[in-house]
Design a binder for this molecule. Structure first.
Ligand SMILES: *Cc1c(COP(=O)(O)O)cnc(C)c1O
Length: 460
Protein backbone atom coordinates (compact mmCIF):
# COMPACT_ATOMS: atom_id res chain seq x y z
CA UNK A 1 0.00 0.00 0.00
CA UNK A 2 2.96 2.37 0.39
CA UNK A 3 3.57 3.00 -3.30
CA UNK A 4 0.11 4.35 -4.09
CA UNK A 5 0.32 6.38 -0.87
CA UNK A 6 3.47 8.13 -2.12
CA UNK A 7 1.77 8.97 -5.41
CA UNK A 8 -1.33 10.09 -3.54
CA UNK A 9 0.72 12.33 -1.23
CA UNK A 10 2.35 13.97 -4.26
CA UNK A 11 -1.06 14.48 -5.82
CA UNK A 12 -2.48 15.98 -2.62
CA UNK A 13 0.51 18.32 -2.34
CA UNK A 14 -0.10 19.50 -5.89
CA UNK A 15 -3.72 20.22 -4.95
CA UNK A 16 -2.59 22.09 -1.84
CA UNK A 17 -0.48 24.30 -4.09
CA UNK A 18 -3.66 25.03 -6.08
CA UNK A 19 -5.60 25.77 -2.88
CA UNK A 20 -2.93 28.21 -1.71
CA UNK A 21 -3.84 30.52 -4.59
CA UNK A 22 -6.67 31.78 -2.35
CA UNK A 23 -6.18 33.68 0.90
CA UNK A 24 -5.33 31.45 3.85
CA UNK A 25 -7.97 30.83 6.50
CA UNK A 26 -8.19 28.67 9.60
CA UNK A 27 -10.73 25.83 9.75
CA UNK A 28 -13.54 26.67 12.13
CA UNK A 29 -13.04 25.57 15.72
CA UNK A 30 -16.18 23.40 15.47
CA UNK A 31 -14.40 21.20 12.94
CA UNK A 32 -11.14 20.84 14.83
CA UNK A 33 -10.04 17.36 15.75
CA UNK A 34 -7.03 16.40 17.86
CA UNK A 35 -4.78 14.13 15.76
CA UNK A 36 -5.02 11.38 18.39
CA UNK A 37 -8.82 11.35 18.05
CA UNK A 38 -8.59 10.79 14.32
CA UNK A 39 -5.93 8.10 14.78
CA UNK A 40 -8.04 6.48 17.49
CA UNK A 41 -11.18 6.33 15.37
CA UNK A 42 -9.29 4.96 12.39
CA UNK A 43 -7.70 2.30 14.59
CA UNK A 44 -11.21 1.35 15.73
CA UNK A 45 -12.28 1.27 12.09
CA UNK A 46 -9.39 -1.03 11.16
CA UNK A 47 -10.58 -3.32 13.92
CA UNK A 48 -14.19 -3.27 12.73
CA UNK A 49 -13.21 -3.77 9.08
CA UNK A 50 -11.64 -7.12 9.89
CA UNK A 51 -15.17 -8.44 9.99
CA UNK A 52 -14.91 -9.08 6.24
CA UNK A 53 -13.98 -11.85 3.86
CA UNK A 54 -10.54 -11.45 2.23
CA UNK A 55 -11.95 -10.08 -1.02
CA UNK A 56 -8.46 -9.05 -2.16
CA UNK A 57 -7.05 -12.57 -1.99
CA UNK A 58 -6.98 -15.11 -4.84
CA UNK A 59 -8.43 -17.70 -2.43
CA UNK A 60 -11.54 -15.58 -2.14
CA UNK A 61 -13.20 -16.98 -5.27
CA UNK A 62 -16.86 -16.51 -4.39
CA UNK A 63 -19.06 -13.55 -5.23
CA UNK A 64 -18.36 -10.62 -7.59
CA UNK A 65 -16.10 -8.80 -5.17
CA UNK A 66 -12.60 -7.41 -5.32
CA UNK A 67 -10.81 -4.24 -4.25
CA UNK A 68 -10.39 -1.39 -6.76
CA UNK A 69 -7.02 -0.76 -8.34
CA UNK A 70 -4.80 1.47 -6.12
CA UNK A 71 -4.71 4.04 -8.93
CA UNK A 72 -8.51 4.24 -8.78
CA UNK A 73 -8.72 4.70 -5.02
CA UNK A 74 -5.82 7.18 -4.99
CA UNK A 75 -7.51 9.22 -7.75
CA UNK A 76 -10.83 8.95 -5.91
CA UNK A 77 -9.34 10.06 -2.57
CA UNK A 78 -7.46 12.93 -4.17
CA UNK A 79 -10.52 14.23 -6.01
CA UNK A 80 -12.76 13.72 -3.00
CA UNK A 81 -10.81 16.37 -1.08
CA UNK A 82 -12.38 18.82 -3.53
CA UNK A 83 -15.62 16.80 -3.76
CA UNK A 84 -16.89 18.00 -7.13
CA UNK A 85 -20.49 17.18 -8.03
CA UNK A 86 -20.96 15.88 -11.56
CA UNK A 87 -24.58 16.90 -11.50
CA UNK A 88 -23.63 20.11 -13.27
CA UNK A 89 -20.70 21.57 -15.17
CA UNK A 90 -20.44 24.29 -12.51
CA UNK A 91 -20.36 21.65 -9.79
CA UNK A 92 -17.31 19.98 -11.24
CA UNK A 93 -15.97 21.34 -14.53
CA UNK A 94 -12.87 19.11 -14.59
CA UNK A 95 -14.56 15.89 -13.54
CA UNK A 96 -17.52 16.48 -15.88
CA UNK A 97 -15.03 16.57 -18.79
CA UNK A 98 -13.37 13.41 -17.48
CA UNK A 99 -16.75 11.71 -17.29
CA UNK A 100 -17.53 12.62 -20.91
CA UNK A 101 -14.13 11.29 -22.01
CA UNK A 102 -14.54 8.03 -20.10
CA UNK A 103 -18.06 7.62 -21.50
CA UNK A 104 -16.78 8.20 -25.04
CA UNK A 105 -14.16 5.48 -24.45
CA UNK A 106 -16.87 3.06 -23.35
CA UNK A 107 -19.10 3.96 -26.31
CA UNK A 108 -16.15 3.33 -28.65
CA UNK A 109 -15.52 -0.02 -26.95
CA UNK A 110 -19.03 -1.17 -27.87
CA UNK A 111 -18.81 0.22 -31.41
CA UNK A 112 -21.34 3.04 -30.95
CA UNK A 113 -20.65 5.73 -33.55
CA UNK A 114 -23.02 8.14 -31.78
CA UNK A 115 -23.90 8.04 -28.13
CA UNK A 116 -25.39 9.69 -25.11
CA UNK A 117 -24.50 8.39 -21.68
CA UNK A 118 -23.13 8.95 -18.23
CA UNK A 119 -21.92 7.24 -15.09
CA UNK A 120 -24.40 6.15 -12.43
CA UNK A 121 -24.34 5.00 -8.84
CA UNK A 122 -24.73 1.38 -9.90
CA UNK A 123 -25.81 -1.10 -12.55
CA UNK A 124 -29.28 -1.12 -11.04
CA UNK A 125 -29.72 2.63 -11.49
CA UNK A 126 -28.20 2.43 -14.99
CA UNK A 127 -30.69 -0.31 -15.92
CA UNK A 128 -33.55 1.67 -14.38
CA UNK A 129 -32.62 4.55 -16.62
CA UNK A 130 -32.42 2.37 -19.74
CA UNK A 131 -35.82 0.83 -18.96
CA UNK A 132 -37.29 4.27 -18.28
CA UNK A 133 -36.20 5.37 -21.76
CA UNK A 134 -37.66 2.10 -23.07
CA UNK A 135 -40.99 3.04 -21.50
CA UNK A 136 -40.90 6.60 -22.86
CA UNK A 137 -40.43 5.16 -26.35
CA UNK A 138 -43.06 2.39 -25.99
CA UNK A 139 -45.45 3.61 -23.30
CA UNK A 140 -47.94 0.81 -23.90
CA UNK A 141 -45.52 -2.08 -24.07
CA UNK A 142 -43.47 -4.11 -21.64
CA UNK A 143 -40.01 -5.63 -21.52
CA UNK A 144 -38.88 -9.22 -21.92
CA UNK A 145 -35.71 -10.73 -20.50
CA UNK A 146 -34.25 -14.16 -19.82
CA UNK A 147 -35.23 -16.01 -16.67
CA UNK A 148 -31.52 -15.75 -15.80
CA UNK A 149 -31.37 -11.98 -16.35
CA UNK A 150 -30.62 -9.94 -13.22
CA UNK A 151 -33.62 -9.68 -10.88
CA UNK A 152 -33.38 -5.91 -11.21
CA UNK A 153 -35.22 -6.00 -14.57
CA UNK A 154 -38.60 -7.31 -13.37
CA UNK A 155 -38.23 -5.19 -10.23
CA UNK A 156 -37.42 -1.95 -12.04
CA UNK A 157 -40.12 -2.68 -14.62
CA UNK A 158 -42.54 -2.84 -11.68
CA UNK A 159 -41.19 0.49 -10.37
CA UNK A 160 -41.85 1.96 -13.81
CA UNK A 161 -45.31 0.39 -14.08
CA UNK A 162 -44.27 -1.79 -17.03
CA UNK A 163 -44.86 -5.48 -17.49
CA UNK A 164 -41.85 -7.80 -17.57
CA UNK A 165 -41.99 -11.23 -19.18
CA UNK A 166 -39.31 -13.79 -18.49
CA UNK A 167 -38.19 -16.13 -21.24
CA UNK A 168 -36.62 -19.58 -20.72
CA UNK A 169 -32.99 -20.28 -21.52
CA UNK A 170 -31.41 -23.11 -23.46
CA UNK A 171 -29.15 -25.70 -21.82
CA UNK A 172 -26.24 -23.21 -21.86
CA UNK A 173 -28.18 -20.64 -19.84
CA UNK A 174 -28.66 -18.40 -22.91
CA UNK A 175 -31.92 -16.88 -24.12
CA UNK A 176 -33.82 -19.50 -26.13
CA UNK A 177 -34.34 -18.17 -29.67
CA UNK A 178 -37.63 -19.94 -30.38
CA UNK A 179 -39.09 -18.77 -27.07
CA UNK A 180 -37.95 -15.19 -27.79
CA UNK A 181 -39.55 -15.37 -31.24
CA UNK A 182 -42.91 -16.40 -29.82
CA UNK A 183 -42.92 -13.82 -27.00
CA UNK A 184 -41.95 -10.96 -29.34
CA UNK A 185 -44.58 -12.09 -31.86
CA UNK A 186 -47.25 -11.33 -29.24
CA UNK A 187 -46.78 -7.61 -29.86
CA UNK A 188 -46.70 -6.94 -26.10
CA UNK A 189 -42.96 -6.23 -25.92
CA UNK A 190 -41.28 -2.88 -26.63
CA UNK A 191 -37.76 -3.74 -25.47
CA UNK A 192 -35.87 -7.03 -25.22
CA UNK A 193 -33.21 -7.15 -22.50
CA UNK A 194 -30.18 -9.29 -23.40
CA UNK A 195 -27.36 -10.21 -21.02
CA UNK A 196 -23.79 -10.85 -22.17
CA UNK A 197 -22.59 -12.42 -18.97
CA UNK A 198 -25.44 -13.47 -16.65
CA UNK A 199 -24.83 -12.87 -12.97
CA UNK A 200 -25.25 -16.53 -12.07
CA UNK A 201 -23.31 -18.41 -14.75
CA UNK A 202 -21.70 -15.74 -16.93
CA UNK A 203 -23.75 -17.05 -19.88
CA UNK A 204 -23.66 -14.77 -22.94
CA UNK A 205 -26.98 -14.37 -24.78
CA UNK A 206 -26.65 -14.81 -28.59
CA UNK A 207 -27.12 -11.09 -29.28
CA UNK A 208 -26.18 -11.46 -32.97
CA UNK A 209 -29.12 -13.84 -33.43
CA UNK A 210 -31.48 -11.92 -31.17
CA UNK A 211 -31.09 -8.51 -32.82
CA UNK A 212 -32.56 -9.66 -36.18
CA UNK A 213 -35.54 -11.26 -34.38
CA UNK A 214 -36.15 -8.11 -32.36
CA UNK A 215 -35.89 -5.87 -35.43
CA UNK A 216 -38.34 -8.05 -37.33
CA UNK A 217 -40.89 -7.35 -34.58
CA UNK A 218 -40.04 -3.66 -34.16
CA UNK A 219 -38.61 -4.34 -30.71
CA UNK A 220 -35.70 -2.39 -29.18
CA UNK A 221 -32.73 -4.19 -27.60
CA UNK A 222 -31.18 -3.23 -24.27
CA UNK A 223 -27.87 -4.88 -23.32
CA UNK A 224 -27.23 -5.53 -19.63
CA UNK A 225 -23.47 -5.93 -19.70
CA UNK A 226 -23.12 -4.86 -16.06
CA UNK A 227 -20.93 -7.84 -15.33
CA UNK A 228 -19.51 -8.88 -18.68
CA UNK A 229 -19.09 -5.58 -20.55
CA UNK A 230 -15.34 -5.17 -20.23
CA UNK A 231 -14.81 -8.56 -21.88
CA UNK A 232 -15.55 -6.80 -25.15
CA UNK A 233 -11.84 -5.84 -25.22
CA UNK A 234 -10.86 -9.47 -25.83
CA UNK A 235 -12.83 -9.71 -29.08
CA UNK A 236 -10.25 -7.66 -31.00
CA UNK A 237 -7.43 -10.14 -30.30
CA UNK A 238 -6.10 -12.21 -33.24
CA UNK A 239 -7.13 -15.38 -31.38
CA UNK A 240 -10.00 -14.30 -29.14
CA UNK A 241 -10.53 -16.25 -25.92
CA UNK A 242 -14.28 -15.68 -26.09
CA UNK A 243 -16.99 -16.08 -28.72
CA UNK A 244 -16.85 -12.83 -30.74
CA UNK A 245 -20.22 -12.64 -32.55
CA UNK A 246 -22.51 -11.65 -29.63
CA UNK A 247 -20.15 -8.85 -28.62
CA UNK A 248 -19.90 -7.33 -32.08
CA UNK A 249 -23.70 -7.22 -32.31
CA UNK A 250 -23.89 -4.84 -29.34
CA UNK A 251 -23.00 -2.05 -31.78
CA UNK A 252 -26.50 -2.46 -33.27
CA UNK A 253 -28.35 -2.45 -29.94
CA UNK A 254 -30.15 0.56 -28.47
CA UNK A 255 -28.66 0.85 -25.01
CA UNK A 256 -25.92 -0.72 -22.90
CA UNK A 257 -25.26 -0.88 -19.18
CA UNK A 258 -21.83 -1.74 -17.82
CA UNK A 259 -20.47 -1.60 -14.27
CA UNK A 260 -16.96 -0.17 -13.90
CA UNK A 261 -17.29 -1.17 -10.23
CA UNK A 262 -17.37 -4.83 -11.26
CA UNK A 263 -14.67 -5.48 -13.90
CA UNK A 264 -13.49 -1.89 -14.36
CA UNK A 265 -11.21 -1.82 -11.28
CA UNK A 266 -13.38 0.84 -9.60
CA UNK A 267 -14.70 1.28 -6.06
CA UNK A 268 -18.47 0.90 -5.64
CA UNK A 269 -20.56 3.76 -6.86
CA UNK A 270 -19.65 3.42 -10.54
CA UNK A 271 -22.15 2.13 -13.09
CA UNK A 272 -22.63 3.39 -16.63
CA UNK A 273 -25.47 3.69 -19.14
CA UNK A 274 -25.06 4.37 -22.86
CA UNK A 275 -27.68 5.07 -25.53
CA UNK A 276 -26.93 4.70 -29.23
CA UNK A 277 -29.40 7.45 -30.20
CA UNK A 278 -28.42 10.70 -28.45
CA UNK A 279 -31.88 12.16 -29.12
CA UNK A 280 -33.28 10.18 -26.15
CA UNK A 281 -31.82 13.08 -24.15
CA UNK A 282 -35.12 14.86 -24.87
CA UNK A 283 -36.89 12.71 -22.28
CA UNK A 284 -34.81 14.09 -19.44
CA UNK A 285 -35.83 17.68 -20.00
CA UNK A 286 -36.55 19.41 -16.73
CA UNK A 287 -36.70 22.92 -15.41
CA UNK A 288 -35.03 22.99 -12.07
CA UNK A 289 -34.78 26.42 -10.43
CA UNK A 290 -31.92 25.36 -8.20
CA UNK A 291 -29.42 23.97 -10.65
CA UNK A 292 -26.77 25.97 -12.40
CA UNK A 293 -27.26 28.02 -15.52
CA UNK A 294 -23.92 29.51 -16.42
CA UNK A 295 -23.02 27.07 -19.16
CA UNK A 296 -24.47 26.58 -22.59
CA UNK A 297 -23.23 23.01 -22.79
CA UNK A 298 -25.55 20.19 -21.85
CA UNK A 299 -25.08 19.43 -18.17
CA UNK A 300 -24.68 15.81 -17.16
CA UNK A 301 -27.46 16.45 -14.66
CA UNK A 302 -29.74 17.17 -17.59
CA UNK A 303 -29.28 13.69 -19.02
CA UNK A 304 -29.39 11.73 -15.78
CA UNK A 305 -32.17 10.60 -13.45
CA UNK A 306 -29.84 11.04 -10.50
CA UNK A 307 -28.97 14.51 -9.29
CA UNK A 308 -25.76 14.71 -7.21
CA UNK A 309 -23.09 12.27 -8.36
CA UNK A 310 -19.49 11.88 -7.19
CA UNK A 311 -17.07 13.69 -9.47
CA UNK A 312 -14.48 11.55 -7.69
CA UNK A 313 -16.01 8.41 -9.27
CA UNK A 314 -15.53 9.94 -12.73
CA UNK A 315 -11.96 10.99 -11.88
CA UNK A 316 -11.12 7.51 -10.62
CA UNK A 317 -12.48 5.82 -13.73
CA UNK A 318 -10.87 8.36 -16.06
CA UNK A 319 -7.50 7.94 -14.31
CA UNK A 320 -7.79 4.17 -14.58
CA UNK A 321 -8.49 4.36 -18.31
CA UNK A 322 -5.38 6.53 -18.82
CA UNK A 323 -3.21 3.75 -17.38
CA UNK A 324 -5.30 0.75 -18.48
CA UNK A 325 -6.64 1.36 -21.97
CA UNK A 326 -9.58 -0.63 -23.34
CA UNK A 327 -7.42 -2.71 -25.66
CA UNK A 328 -6.84 -6.40 -26.21
CA UNK A 329 -3.05 -6.03 -26.19
CA UNK A 330 -2.62 -3.58 -23.29
CA UNK A 331 -4.48 -2.45 -20.19
CA UNK A 332 -7.75 -4.33 -19.72
CA UNK A 333 -7.07 -7.01 -22.35
CA UNK A 334 -4.22 -8.76 -20.52
CA UNK A 335 -6.10 -8.51 -17.19
CA UNK A 336 -9.26 -10.13 -18.55
CA UNK A 337 -7.15 -12.61 -20.52
CA UNK A 338 -5.82 -13.86 -17.18
CA UNK A 339 -9.24 -14.13 -15.53
CA UNK A 340 -10.61 -15.90 -18.60
CA UNK A 341 -7.61 -18.26 -18.60
CA UNK A 342 -8.26 -19.07 -14.93
CA UNK A 343 -11.84 -20.07 -15.77
CA UNK A 344 -10.76 -22.17 -18.76
CA UNK A 345 -8.09 -23.94 -16.72
CA UNK A 346 -10.40 -24.74 -13.86
CA UNK A 347 -13.17 -25.88 -16.20
CA UNK A 348 -10.70 -28.24 -17.87
CA UNK A 349 -9.70 -29.76 -14.53
CA UNK A 350 -13.32 -30.06 -13.35
CA UNK A 351 -14.55 -31.65 -16.54
CA UNK A 352 -11.89 -34.36 -16.40
CA UNK A 353 -12.31 -35.00 -12.66
CA UNK A 354 -14.34 -37.99 -11.44
CA UNK A 355 -15.44 -35.88 -8.44
CA UNK A 356 -17.19 -33.02 -10.23
CA UNK A 357 -19.30 -31.96 -13.20
CA UNK A 358 -19.57 -28.55 -14.78
CA UNK A 359 -23.00 -26.87 -14.87
CA UNK A 360 -22.09 -25.24 -18.21
CA UNK A 361 -18.81 -24.52 -19.98
CA UNK A 362 -17.80 -21.07 -18.72
CA UNK A 363 -18.10 -18.32 -21.35
CA UNK A 364 -16.41 -15.65 -19.20
CA UNK A 365 -14.82 -16.11 -15.76
CA UNK A 366 -17.62 -17.68 -13.72
CA UNK A 367 -17.25 -21.40 -13.06
CA UNK A 368 -20.21 -23.39 -11.71
CA UNK A 369 -19.95 -27.06 -10.82
CA UNK A 370 -21.36 -29.74 -8.57
CA UNK A 371 -20.01 -32.81 -6.78
CA UNK A 372 -20.69 -36.27 -8.10
CA UNK A 373 -22.48 -38.13 -5.31
CA UNK A 374 -23.84 -41.62 -4.85
CA UNK A 375 -27.29 -41.75 -6.45
CA UNK A 376 -26.86 -38.33 -8.08
CA UNK A 377 -30.10 -36.98 -6.62
CA UNK A 378 -30.68 -33.23 -6.53
CA UNK A 379 -31.16 -33.29 -2.76
CA UNK A 380 -28.01 -35.32 -2.17
CA UNK A 381 -25.92 -33.10 -4.48
CA UNK A 382 -27.29 -29.99 -2.75
CA UNK A 383 -26.41 -31.32 0.71
CA UNK A 384 -22.95 -32.31 -0.49
CA UNK A 385 -22.45 -28.84 -2.00
CA UNK A 386 -23.43 -27.16 1.28
CA UNK A 387 -21.00 -29.36 3.17
CA UNK A 388 -18.11 -28.63 0.77
CA UNK A 389 -18.84 -24.91 0.96
CA UNK A 390 -18.75 -24.97 4.78
CA UNK A 391 -15.70 -27.18 4.96
CA UNK A 392 -13.71 -24.92 2.63
CA UNK A 393 -14.67 -21.73 4.44
CA UNK A 394 -13.89 -23.09 7.91
CA UNK A 395 -10.67 -24.89 7.00
CA UNK A 396 -8.34 -24.35 9.99
CA UNK A 397 -5.17 -23.64 7.98
CA UNK A 398 -6.17 -22.39 4.57
CA UNK A 399 -9.78 -21.33 4.11
CA UNK A 400 -11.11 -21.02 0.56
CA UNK A 401 -14.21 -18.99 -0.21
CA UNK A 402 -16.66 -19.99 -2.93
CA UNK A 403 -20.30 -19.09 -3.53
CA UNK A 404 -23.42 -21.20 -4.08
CA UNK A 405 -26.05 -21.06 -6.78
CA UNK A 406 -29.50 -22.59 -7.22
CA UNK A 407 -29.80 -24.18 -10.64
CA UNK A 408 -33.10 -25.19 -12.26
CA UNK A 409 -33.73 -28.69 -13.46
CA UNK A 410 -34.17 -27.63 -17.13
CA UNK A 411 -30.60 -26.40 -17.31
CA UNK A 412 -29.08 -29.78 -16.41
CA UNK A 413 -31.65 -32.43 -17.28
CA UNK A 414 -30.67 -32.77 -20.95
CA UNK A 415 -26.92 -32.76 -20.48
CA UNK A 416 -26.95 -35.07 -17.47
CA UNK A 417 -29.86 -37.51 -17.91
CA UNK A 418 -28.53 -39.62 -15.02
CA UNK A 419 -29.41 -36.93 -12.44
CA UNK A 420 -32.34 -37.84 -10.24
CA UNK A 421 -34.73 -34.94 -9.66
CA UNK A 422 -36.29 -35.37 -6.24
CA UNK A 423 -36.57 -31.54 -6.05
CA UNK A 424 -36.90 -28.83 -8.72
CA UNK A 425 -33.55 -27.10 -8.16
CA UNK A 426 -30.09 -28.17 -7.16
CA UNK A 427 -27.49 -26.19 -5.19
CA UNK A 428 -24.14 -26.00 -6.94
CA UNK A 429 -20.79 -24.34 -6.24
CA UNK A 430 -20.04 -21.12 -8.06
CA UNK A 431 -16.82 -19.17 -8.37
CA UNK A 432 -16.23 -15.72 -9.90
CA UNK A 433 -12.57 -15.62 -10.92
CA UNK A 434 -12.36 -11.83 -11.18
CA UNK A 435 -8.75 -11.37 -10.12
CA UNK A 436 -5.93 -11.98 -12.62
CA UNK A 437 -3.84 -13.46 -9.78
CA UNK A 438 -6.30 -16.32 -9.66
CA UNK A 439 -4.82 -17.71 -12.88
CA UNK A 440 -1.91 -18.92 -10.69
CA UNK A 441 -4.20 -20.33 -7.98
CA UNK A 442 -6.38 -22.65 -10.04
CA UNK A 443 -4.32 -25.71 -9.09
CA UNK A 444 -4.64 -24.87 -5.41
CA UNK A 445 -8.36 -24.14 -5.67
CA UNK A 446 -9.03 -27.38 -7.50
CA UNK A 447 -7.05 -29.41 -4.97
CA UNK A 448 -8.89 -27.74 -2.10
CA UNK A 449 -12.38 -28.45 -3.50
CA UNK A 450 -11.38 -32.01 -4.41
CA UNK A 451 -10.09 -32.67 -0.88
CA UNK A 452 -13.20 -31.07 0.63
CA UNK A 453 -15.49 -33.12 -1.59
CA UNK A 454 -13.72 -36.40 -0.81
CA UNK A 455 -13.75 -35.67 2.93
CA UNK A 456 -17.47 -34.83 2.69
CA UNK A 457 -18.18 -38.10 0.86
CA UNK A 458 -16.49 -40.01 3.70
CA UNK A 459 -18.59 -38.18 6.29
CA UNK A 460 -22.01 -38.33 4.65
C1 LIG B 1 -24.43 -6.81 -10.91
C2 LIG B 1 -25.41 -6.82 -11.98
C3 LIG B 1 -26.48 -5.89 -12.00
C4 LIG B 1 -26.73 -4.94 -10.87
O1 LIG B 1 -25.70 -4.01 -10.78
P1 LIG B 1 -25.36 -3.27 -9.40
O2 LIG B 1 -24.20 -2.42 -9.76
O3 LIG B 1 -25.05 -4.34 -8.40
O4 LIG B 1 -26.55 -2.48 -9.00
C5 LIG B 1 -27.31 -5.90 -13.09
N1 LIG B 1 -27.15 -6.79 -14.09
C6 LIG B 1 -26.15 -7.70 -14.10
C7 LIG B 1 -26.01 -8.64 -15.27
C8 LIG B 1 -25.25 -7.74 -13.04
O5 LIG B 1 -24.26 -8.67 -13.03
Amino acid sequence: MTEPLHALTDGLNALDAWRSRWPAFAPDATLELPPETMAGVLAQLAERLQDNFPFHHPLYAGQMLKPPHPLAWAAYAMTMTINPNNHALDGGPATAKMELEAIADMARLFGFTNHLGHLTASGTIANLEALWVARQLHPDKGIACSIDAHYTHPRMAAVLGMTAETIPTDAQGRLDLAAVESVLASGRIGTLVVTPGTTGLGAVDPIHELVPIARRHGVRVHVDAAYGGFYRVLTDAPQPMIDVAPWLAIAECDSVVVDPHKHGLQPYGCGCVLFRDPSVGRFYKHDSPYTYFTSNDLHLGEISLECSRAGAAAAAFWATLQAFPLRHDAGFGPILGRTRQAALDWAERLSTSPDFRLVVSPELDIVAFFPVTAGLSASRISAHTEAIFQRLETHPEQPVYLAKLQVRRELLATRYPDLHWDQETVTVLRSCLMKPEQASFVGFLHQAVTAASQATARDL
